[in-house]
Design a protein around this ligand. Sequence first.
Ligand SMILES: [Mn+2]
Length: 421
Amino acid sequence: MKTRVTFIHAADLHLGAPFRGLRALSPAWADRLLTAIPEAYDRLIDTAIDHDVDFVIMAGDMFDMAEPSYADYAHFFDGLHRLESAHIPVYMCAGNHDPYVSWRNDFGDLPDNAYMFPADRPGFITYERHGRPLVLLGGRSYFNQSTPVDEDIARGISRVAAERACGVHAPFSVGVLHTGLDLDPKKAPTDPHQLRATNMDYWALGHIHKRQVDDPHDPHVAFSGCIQGRDIKETGARGCYEVTLTQDAPNMVNFISLASVVWQKTNVDVSHCGTLAEVHDAIMGDLFRLNGKAQCEDMVERVTLTGKTDLHHLLRQPEIIDDMRRKINNGYPSFFCDALIDNTRPNISKKSLKNEGLFPATLLRQSSGERDDPEGSITWLQDRFLEEELSLPRSYERNIETMQRRAETIVLDLLEGGDDR
Ligand SMILES: [Mn+2]
């Protein structure tokens, strides 16, 4: 059997994040979210134990603040101790939210199964299975104030450096950093191409909250993202990666959803709705559809109503939108709509536009004249194509009337949008 190793790659736990914005809207939901982060952390620990992984990596920002509450601190350390009882090592680096100096001064001694990479230089450690080196890990905690600003956080971390520092060879090597990579130039950036050139098999990174890999078929540089979204900017399922490295085979990452509350943004087209009650039902239908896909218990959603509707004059009234939002939030206890936005447009009647006699009336007269003379329109188009030394596609000739109607609608929509915004 080929040699392989399986581990959890997590980052950006942000234990203790306060959810201040939500509190003004709904204290109950702010409280719900306060419990969501520790719940996601517990699921992370459960997952590592249930899947019996070789080890766990946490790539920084385990705490939201340099000085977490005692409750958050104790909860985090409880998780480390649970892993210790299951004989699962944890390799961590500090992030920009929970700098190394706080860990060293205030956070207490880590249990024996936990290792924190230093901040002032790269650190290296060997993971052994049955007394033989299986993985060499190299990493560095997020910079402290005394680090030169132009220093590359990945400098000095490579497979060769890890072999030299650990004094052994091993089938696999893994890097651990909290870095902005080439995505956030202000937070210890480094070059993804250089990371790939270090001969490390996998780079477990933290800081970017949206999960991503450099190559879905054989990932080498990856952000696992945060374990629980904190606001409407962090939509969709959140969790960790289960990483499997196999000798002479591509790397594999499997996303595991951990967040119990998922943030969502959704557009609901209400153009088919004849009444406000139908608008409400359309919203609820969309929320259940979203929830089915989101792999979560509870959902905070931002809903934008779109489409052309005769109800536009009602939906543009803030009181009606407020009442509608209240009805949604009373309707189903697992959904919370933090904002309902009306982006509908009025249904315009071409008859009334013609009667108004303004520019749209001229446009409608012109386009209906063209529709009455399809041959003339085709000849005109052929001339334009000839000027570009192209021949007019046959399908254009066949569909000339449909195209004219579509063009009329597009121009009317643009005119109307220009008026509305
Ligand atoms: Mn973070």
